[in-house]
Design a protein around this ligand. Structure first.
Ligand code: TRP
Ligand code: ZN
Ligand code: CA
Length: 441
């Protein structure tokens, strides 16, 4: 309905001055900026080193109380499972302990699911929880077990709502040939395997003379870890001390994308490596590998701290999917009054987290309520100030409202930044407001 139509038709108001104002009077008032949707992924928290070390102290106590080890088929292994499971249960995880047999002894895997997320996109992180029988296995692999546990507990503390379904696993009998993780993967029907978007493995991540090694497997996972390390200015190398020597191989063998971190086992640190990472050249990354001295004294705190934070970074980043998937809309729904025959007003939409330029077919959805839309001149203004005319004024267009989707070739514009819808009413009497507008990339 257009109540003012009769009076307008009998009044000649369209002056040269008004048209001139339309072309030059681009005084703008900035409207409140709507939060662009979807929100950027939250940054991962710092994983407290003290918490990770407290788990190692418990693993050490369990070994000490059970003949000095936490090996498959020995009581120290099941006690380790019970310790980790109790922490996860108290934090709200859905846990399950599954059994398998190896060497005539019952083995156990512990699986913990964080409720929620897309059940068809599973991100899993895991570590083997067993030691060799000759020692307590604190670096191998209390370190990975404790860091994965503390990352899971951080997920609970944050009450994280990731896009993907998060699952954590602690494997038995890795030291006997990846037995537990193989049993787990074999237990999954093919349809379940296809739901895994990735498996992240952590086996020996606190070596006393550490290197910083990233598995050279799935490129997206590898990049996520490398990005973390680049961010803290620590160089990494590709892991080469035996690809396939830990539980990620069980997942990789059935086509699941894998990645992981490692600080080195019995191989010797070179002088070049000692120069970039510190530590001792000519000695092993872990002199106590598979021996009785793999105790709480056999841990480099800095390496354990960095790797724990890297695990959280990967779970947060990979669990939330791309920050801004293509096809998403950025919208401002705040109303902005358009003054009658007055200055231009703007409404801002801030685009963040995209790479490169805007599309050649950028969709601009406009919803302007107005009682005589011919009064309106509408532009899209790119972050660098370039204006793209969406609609000219027209003295003969007496219809209500501008509700339309315009397609703009915005390929010359950077995607990120503050985009504005600029609206000016260039003739007196009829008025209106910007109800909402959005950009769809
Ligand atoms: N648990 C492994 C083992 O005893 C340790 C190991 C050696 C490892 N090389 C590795 C773990 C490479 C990860 C990647 O063999
Ligand atoms: Zn190991
Ligand atoms: Ca008007």
């Amino acid at each position: 309905m257009n109540l003012s139509r009769t009076s307008r038709l009998s009044t000649s108001r369209r002056t040269v001055a008004a048209v001139a104002l339309a072309l030059t009077g681009l005084v703008s008032a900035t409207a409140p900026t709507a939060s662009a949707a979807p929100a950027a992924a939250l940054a991962a928290p710092d994983i407290p080193l003290a918490n990770v070390k407290a788990h190692l102290t418990q693993f050490q106590s369990i070994a000490t109380a059970n003949g000095g080890n936490r090996a498959h088929g020995r009581p120290g292994y099941k006690a380790s499972v019970d310790y980790v499971k109790a922490k996860l249960d108290a934090a709200g995880f859905t846990t399950s302990v599954t059994t398998f047999t190896s060497g005539g002894a019952t083995g156990y895997n512990l699986i913990a699911d964080w409720p929620g997320g897309d059940p068809n996109q599973i991100l899993m992180a895991g570590a083997h929880l067993d030691s060799v029988s000759s020692g307590p296995g604190i670096n191998d692999n209390g370190s990975g077990s404790a860091a994965v546990l503390e990352t899971a507990l951080a997920v609970s503390r944050a009450q994280l709502k990731p896009t993907k379904h998060l699952r954590f696993g602690w494997w038995g009998a890795e030291e006997l040939g990846l037995v537990g993780s193989k049993a787990y993967v074999n237990s999954l029907p093919a349809t379940e395997r296809s739901k895994f978007s990735g498996y992240l493995n952590f086996d020996m991540i606190g070596s006393p003379n550490p290197g910083y090694f990233v598995y050279d497997d799935d490129p997206a996972i590898e990049k996520t870890f490398k990005d973390y390390y680049a961010g803290i200015g620590v160089p990494t190398e590709i892991e080469t001390e035996g690809d396939g020597r830990s539980d990620h191989a069980s997942f990789k063998n059935v086509g699941i994308p894998v990645g992981g971190l490692f600080t080195g086992a019995s191989r010797t640190k070179s002088s070049a490596q000692a120069q970039k990472w510190g530590g001792t050249a000519g000695t092993a990354f872990d002199r106590c590998y598979h021996s009785s001295c793999d105790t709480t004294a056999n841990i480099n705190d800095t390496a354990l701290d960095r790797n724990s934070d890297a695990i959280a970074h990967a779970v947060w980043t990979l669990g939330s999917g791309p920050v801004v998937p293509p096809g998403d809309a950025y919208e401002n729904t705040a109303d902005v009054a358009v003054p009658d025959n007055g200055a231009a007003v703007t409404s801002t939409v801030t685009v963040a987290g995209r790479t490169g330029n805007a599309p050649a077919a950028l969709k601009v959805g406009v919803d302007i309520k107005h009682t005589w839309r011919g009064d309106l001149v509408v532009d899209l203004v790119a972050p660098d100030g370039t204006a793209y005319r969406l609609k000219n004024s027209s003295s003969s267009d007496s219809a209500d409202n501008v509700i339309a989707t315009y397609t703009v070739d915005a390929s010359a514009e950077a995607a990120n930044g503050a985009w504005k819808l600029r609206v000016q009413d260039i003739a007196a009497q009829d008025t209106g407001y910007v109800d909402s507008w959005k950009l769809t990339f």
